[in-house]
Design a protein around this ligand. Structure first.
Ligand code: AHQ
Length: 253
């Protein structure tokens, strides 16, 4: 009879952190679309599709983080967490991440309107991102903090873009990379807090530690499905020679 998680001893703090980091094997840096991006194999249209669709994720982050704040009674946690909102929204005339992402849109040849109108956002991306926001609205704030820990793996993917795009996509103006450079330091700072909360809150039992791994898997799935949807929306696919049919979207003016 295998022991259930309930009567196993919890992992040590170090072991638990190691198990969280091992989940990085499912991070979207390994998704074929991001591998193609890193290898310089994406067309201009595919990159435009990725930027326009990912904008829906970017504008969701401050709403997700506001949901966490609204569920969190701990003043010290809120005082640290709130910076995530201003990082994206900006403060006074300082450019925030959302505006930097629109600059990325301009750098890949999109107009501000094409990005901010969300006209290019696919249903799959909307569903995945909305699932993430709703998770943060409905679950205990510590579970939402745990779900943000995919950022343990984010500096690597941001550094990949900063390093490879100038060579692979020389037509993209360097101003487009501002967002990724911003996130390199912000993500490392964010993860410090997120990891501390997660290791403290979920270390009460092995069952709780396993729950944290499941929550992290949920967020890995969100990112993976976003990449799936963008790949389907922007890549010519055939099944047994039959081209993949995209849903005709009739826009009533
Ligand atoms: O630009 C990203 C960002 O601001 C965040 C916040 C964090 C969260 O709270 O879930 N996750 C995240 C991520 C960002 N960029 C993604 C990328 O590939 O550019 C990675 C993503 C993440 O790893 O969760």
């Amino acid at each position: 009879m295998s022991e259930t998680n309930n009567n196993l001893q919890p992992w040590s703090r170090e072991e638990f952190e190691e198990k969280l980091r091992e989940k990085g094997r499912g991070y979207h840096i390994y998704h074929p679309f991001h591998v193609m991006m890193y290898e310089g194999k994406l067309t201009k249209e595919q990159l435009q599709c990725w930027v326009a669709n990912r904008f829906y994720y970017q504008i969701a982050i401050p709403m997700k983080d506001s949901a966490i704040l609204s569920n969190c009674p701990d003043v010290e946690v809120r005082k640290q967490w709130i910076v995530r909102i201003t990082d994206h929204d900006g403060v006074d005339d300082a450019v925030g991440g959302i505006e930097a992402w629109i600059q990325l849109g301009n750098a890949v040849g999109l107009t501000r309107e094409q990005v901010t109108s969300l006209e290019m956002v696919s249903p799959g991306v909307r569903f995945a991102v909305d699932a993430y926001i709703n998770f943060a609205k409905q679950r205990p704030w510590q579970e939402s903090v745990c779900s943000s820990l995919t950022e343990l793996f984010a500096p690597h993917i941001h550094q990949q873009r900063i390093s490879s795009w100038p060579q692979m996509y020389p037509w993209i103006d360097e101003t487009g990379l501002v967002y990724f450079k911003k996130r390199l330091t912000e993500a490392r700072r964010d993860v410090e807090q997120g990891l501390g909360v997660t290791l403290d809150y979920f270390s009460t039992s092995r069952a709780m530690q396993m729950k944290a791994l499941d929550i992290l898997q949920f967020k890995l799935n969100v990112l993976w499905v976003i990449a799936d949807s963008i790949m389907l929306a922007s890549t010519t696919m055939t099944t047994e020679g039959v081209p993949y049919t995209r849903q005709p979207v009739i826009r009533i003016a």
